[in-house]
Design a protein around this ligand. Structure first.
Ligand SMILES: *Cc1c(COP(=O)(O)O)cnc(C)c1O
Length: 423
């Protein structure tokens, strides 16, 4: 589907940069600097995105308004704090492919995962299990296990951890389908990391949702590695819920706020069980403080507290960039940039390195997980020493994610040279 005519040379990389319509966005971010004043090659945007230059003044605005207005800022700040989360909703909804009423920025990721499981993991009768990937992010697994225990059930019996085939690293879609076919009637919730943090494998949300729903399961996704990376279509996928963090590809800063999606079909359900707090209550009557809980008829009903404005600011500052660029443009560059990296790495030979991430661009985002044959951590240390910020996973995998917003083709080319020399 994507046939690129690439060359392994610095001048070719520079020609790709010259033709890149998003190249100016690199200047909208602070690149971490080496002692000699030149930037590191930053390939860790899948772990912590870089700081947009416009974030600082946005925070200063709120500090000023708090200084000058005190509590009046709730209504009279330049960006009033009372409805503050609403300013982010449209842009966030576009990034994940959802309707505005289905999306809210709130809390942090694992907290949101728990809140969503309170609503969508309701074991009953012989339908008690949760299906996850065996290589799920540890936090997701802990959350699932503890939810199982909260229902008085045993994680050993109720958590199905789907493993790749012997000798394989990624899961095959047909094996996911078969597992749902065979065990679906006992599965209450299918919960997949999307995209997988270790392998970079993207799971088709629509297919998994369709298979799950056909068997009566609820289906949710952890999109920590997909948001701002894949062109997600959460609404059309039909999944019941999704959660994510905004500090990876979304550049909202360390520990930044997360997001949640609940499909519109659940929003008007008066019987849904959820953790409730005053920020989920009808905005018209919230401050009367005496009425019984009257949920907002959107995903905002899942909000608990009035949100931390300073953390919210950072999400908004970054979302503005995403709104300008659009996920279609971003994804187009990401596919080309990642394919260039793949081309270069593969040119080193299978006996030296092996990419464990799927080679089909539709089954991955910006991240490639590169297994270095017969290597130990010293390879990674040399790569780091040479000015690359990447990520090492024991025993032998380097994870790198060139991001479309601030990485260049030259970054990718220089990383390849450094990796080759380091091995
Ligand atoms: C990054 C990540 C997390 C981190 O969870 P926090 O609650 O934000 O600390 C959890 N799950 C997945 C799949 C992740 O990629």
């Amino acid at each position: 589907m994507h046939n690129f005519d690439f060359e392994a040379s610095a001048s070719f990389a520079r020609s790709l940069d010259a033709a890149d319509i998003l190249r100016s966005y690199r200047d909208r971010f602070y690149l971490p600097m080496k002692e000699d004043g030149s930037p590191f090659i930053y390939l860790c945007g899948n772990s912590l995105g870089l700081q947009p230059r416009q974030t600082k003044s946005a925070i200063e605005q709120e500090l000023e308004d708090w200084k000058n207005l005190g509590v009046e800022g709730h209504l009279h700040a330049k960006n009033p704090w009372l409805p503050y989360h609403e300013f982010l909703t449209n842009a966030m909804a576009k990034v994940v492919g959802a309707k505005p009423e289905e999306v809210v920025v709130m809390n942090t990721l694992t907290a949101n995962l728990h809140f969503m499981m309170v609503s969508f993991y309701r074991p009953e009768g012989k339908r008690k299990k949760i299906l996850i990937e065996s290589d799920a992010f540890p936090s997701d697994k802990y959350a699932a296990e503890s939810q199982i225990k909260m229902h008085g059930l045993n994680p050993k019996e109720c958590l199905i951890e789907l493993k790749p085939r012997e000798g394989e690293v990624c899961l095959r879609m047909e094996d996911i389908q078969q597992c749902i076919e065979e065990q679906g009637e006992e599965i209450a919730l299918i919960l997949f990391g999307n995209t997988n943090y270790y392998t970079g494998q993207y799971f088709d949300t629509h297919k998994i949702t369709t298979w799950g729903h056909a068997k009566g399961c609820k289906v949710g996704f952890d999109c920590a590695h997909a948001v701002g990376n894949m062109d997600l279509q959460l609404h059309d996928s039909g999944c019941d819920f999704a959660v994510w963090c905004n500090y990876k590809y979304l550049n909202a800063g360390p520990g930044g706020m997360g997001g949640a999606f609940v499909h519109e079909r659940h929003l008007a359900n008066p019987d849904i069980i959820r953790c409730e707090g005053w920020w989920g209550h009808n905005k018209e009557t919230r401050f009367q403080m005496r009425d019984p809980f009257d949920p907002i008829p959107t995903v905002e009903a899942w909000q608990l507290s009035n949100p931390p404005i300073f953390a919210m600011v950072c999400v908004w500052a970054s979302l503005k960039i995403f709104e300008e660029v659009g996920m279609k443009n971003l994804r187009e560059k990401a596919i080309r940039l990642t394919s260039y990296l793949e081309f270069l790495v593969n040119s080193m030979g299978e006996d030296v390195v092996r990419i464990v991430t799927p080679s089909d661009p539709m089954q991955r985002g910006s991240q490639l997980s590169i297994q270095v044959i017969n290597a130990d951590r010293t390879v990674y240390d040399r790569v780091t020493e040479a000015g690359v910020i990447a990520d090492w996973r024991e025993p032998d995998v380097i994870r790198v994610a060139p991001t479309a917003l601030y990485n260049s083709y030259e970054d990718v080319y220089r990383f390849y040279e450094i990796l080759r020399e380091s091995i």
